[in-house]
Design a protein around this ligand. Structure first.
Ligand code: NAD
Length: 391
């Protein structure tokens, strides 16, 4: 029986190698090395000589479900820098997934390549094949330097990818992230003023890209008084005209006198230099990694500035893409109601922070850790993939 099985395997391998040959594809030579990193379930260094692929797949924690996280394609200065980034980002995904009760764990991967000059189809195919070896413990998606078209190439080698362009896919996450940020701004207003109406509330928005431009639309209709900024000055003026808003130059927006500052561009904007200069009552925006260091959260608290932790307020995109893996396929009303609850999640975090006298950032981390420890929000059904490998 065993001999027969082996014969079947051999003949299947011969057949697929003949098919590859017929399509003019070469055999991939994946090298996967496990890097021991304390506190992480799996960290893999992946190389493939022919395509010049060097990548890292970091799976931080899968207690609540398979790790879900984007693929960042960036020319890092060193392998060490890339590893640090993959570790930081994958851990961040664990916390983001845990607080939003999405039923996934945290993972992220980085490909060490310049997306403008080194992102070849061979590189992306090789990476897709590496993801496939993990058999679904890591599900990849787009991130900086990686587009939905690139995800289609991953799909030629693996089904463990989301954010594709087929009918049951979730499309652009921007508007969903923005809606979550909008709900977060409402929760900040409730905490500051006792009511969540944004009528006349002064909101300064930094960055008018996918997240910021949708956010200002929600804010406009809710009656907010807007001040906008983008490094693309033409875009800032155009949107200011459309929404009756004021504009400020990029170097001034963070220090605008306002009720709520909504950073929707860069990370690291809350730091030792900026904290003393803020003139807002709250910071609630969509940008990732807003705190340069965790200690900046305490500095904000000492200045009496309310902070909506970034990984809580910007989870809308994750909730949207995760909805693709529901049994019935993607239905936009499902993530909409889950994203709306970002309001309640943030209100609970403000309360925990008040009671424990810690920063809101620390309170959000404690909430995520508590959920992981007790399996709250753990996935009960395996995710359903509504696509197959498309070679
Ligand atoms: P984007 O690239 O579409 O937009 C960013 C905008 O910020 C651009 O218009 C850019 O010109 C502007 N900008 C850059 N530097 C600036 C500066 N110094 N001052 C003012 N404007 C500046 O990106 P996005 O998708 O809108 O994402 C914005 C932020 O939100 C990023 O930090 C991203 O990681 C985070 N985020 C995005 C999503 C999503 O669904 N797109 C989800 C979660 C988090």
């Amino acid at each position: 029986m065993q001999v027969l099985d082996q014969e079947a395997v051999d003949s299947k391998q011969r057949l697929s190698s003949l098919l590859r040959e017929a399509r003019g594809e070469r055999e991939l030579e994946l090298q996967i090395e496990r890097l021991p990193v304390k506190g992480y379930e799996q960290v893999l260094k992946v190389t493939e000589k022919g395509s010049k692929l060097t990548a890292i797949i970091a799976i931080h924690d899968t207690t609540l479900g398979p790790a879900l996280g984007g693929v960042r394609i960036q020319p890092y200065a060193s392998f060490h820098d890339a590893l640090e980034d993959a570790l930081r980002l994958s851990k961040g995904m664990t916390y983001k997934a845990a607080v939003s009760e999405v039923g996934f764990g945290g993972g992220k991967s980085v490909i060490l390549a310049d997306p403008k000059t080194e992102k070849t189809p061979e590189l992306l195919l090789a990476f897709g094949a590496a993801v496939d070896t993990l058999k679904g413990s890591y599900i990849c998606a787009e991130d900086v330097g990686c587009t939905p078209q690139d995800c289609e190439l991953f799909r030629r080698k693996t089904k463990y990818v989301v954010g594709l362009s087929h009918a049951k896919s979730s499309g652009d996450p921007g508007p969903f992230t923005s809606f979550g940020v909008f709900r977060g701004i409402q929760s900040a207003a409730k905490k500051l003023f006792g009511a969540d109406s944004l009528e006349g509330v002064k909101v300064a928005v930094q960055g008018l890209g996918s997240v910021g431009s949708n956010l200002i639309n929600y804010l406009f209709w809710a009656g907010a008084d807007l001040t906008l900024s983008d490094t693309d000055l033409v875009k800032a003026e155009r949107l200011a005209g459309r929404y009756g808003a004021k504009t400020l130059p990029p170097e001034e927006i963070l220090f605008a006198e306002c009720d709520i500052l909504a950073p929707c561009a860069l990370g690291g904007i809350i730091n030792d230099q900026t904290v003393p200069r803020f003139r807002c009552k709250a910071i609630a925006g969509g940008a990732n990694n807003q705190l340069l260091r965790d200690s900046s959260a305490l500095a904000l608290k000492e200045r009496g500035i309310l902070y909506a932790p970034d990984f809580v307020i910007n989870a809308g995109g994750l909730l949207n893409v995760a909805a693709e893996l529901e049994e019935e396929g993607y239905v936009p009303t499902y993530p909409r109601s889950k994203i709306s609850k970002i309001y309640d999640c943030l209100s609970a975090i403000y309360e925990i922070a008040d009671k424990s006298s810690e920063s809101t950032h620390a309170a959000a981390l404690s909430l995520a850790e508590y959920r992981i420890k007790y399996g709250i929000g753990k996935r009960l059904l395996a995710p359903t993939f509504h696509h197959t490998i498309e070679s």
